[in-house]
Design a binder for this molecule. Structure first.
Ligand code: ADP
Length: 206
């Protein structure tokens, strides 16, 4: 892993986390563009042409070369529930993983499967690329309107499943933009990894 880097400056609450199968799953509050990790996840739209929210912040920080790479490598974008990799350009990372989460339409349109798929694709790309550290945002939980408690549980469950299996990843860090979102992820971490029958030997630490 590449270390804490300037991201530590923007963390408003203490980092929390858990250990799954000897690997770290961390929660911090901050700006994902300030993280120094191997791979940074982005909450992109299916066209992969930039947008608002975290996508806009990542494009601004990465610089115009990011859009050029997306246009040339992914002329048709990528479907909802998948992710596509690029170089990190101006970001302090090796790769950006552009994940497309679902727009919330009430919950009966495959939203949970698509959200899990977006996270899973990022995790699988990390294994293909050999990434050891990954920072992830709360995909779909902004403009796309996914209910945060439900979305956080899906996010934590999907990452927890991946960390229990064979993976190149040593650290997965959710970088949440507000303390409210952080609180939803902290609750989900207890429910999904520490409290239930599938806890898998996870142990928490502050
Ligand atoms: P989506 O369209 O998938 O909902 P958004 O970018 O609107 O994506 O929001 C996803 C999450 O990312 C929200 O919780 C939002 O507050 C958060 N977010 C926005 N900017 C940043 C940033 N710079 N770093 C980390 N998270 C961010």
């Amino acid at each position: 892993m590449a270390g804490d880097g300037p991201g530590a400056v923007t963390q408003h609450v203490a980092a929390t986390g858990t250990t799954v199968n000897g690997r770290r799953l961390e929660l911090v509050t901050g700006d994902i563009t300030h993280q120094s990790v191997d791979a940074i996840g982005n909450a992109a739209n299916s066209a992969l042409r930039g947008g608002g929210g975290v996508d806009g912040a990542i494009h601004r920080a990465a610089g115009p070369g990011l859009l050029d790479e997306l246009v040339s490598r992914y002329p048709s974008g990528t479907p909802t529930g998948t992710a596509a990799d690029t170089n990190a350009h101006g970001l302090s990372a090796r790769w950006i993983l552009h994940a497309v989460g679902p727009i919330w339409r009430g919950g009966s349109h495959g939203e949970a499967e698509h959200l899990a798929g977006a996270y899973r694709s990022c995790l699988e790309l990390c294994d293909q690329l050999g990434a050891r550290s990954l920072a992830l945002p709360a995909i779909s939980m902004g403009i796309y309107g996914y209910p945060p408690a439900e979305g956080a549980r899906t996010a934590i469950r999907t990452v927890g499943e991946h960390l229990r299996a064979d993976t190149s990843l040593e650290v997965v860090r959710f970088v949440l933009f507000s303390e409210e979102t952080h609180a939803h992820f902290a609750a989900a971490l207890v429910e999904e990894l520490e409290g239930g029958p599938d806890a898998g030997g996870a142990s928490s630490s502050a």
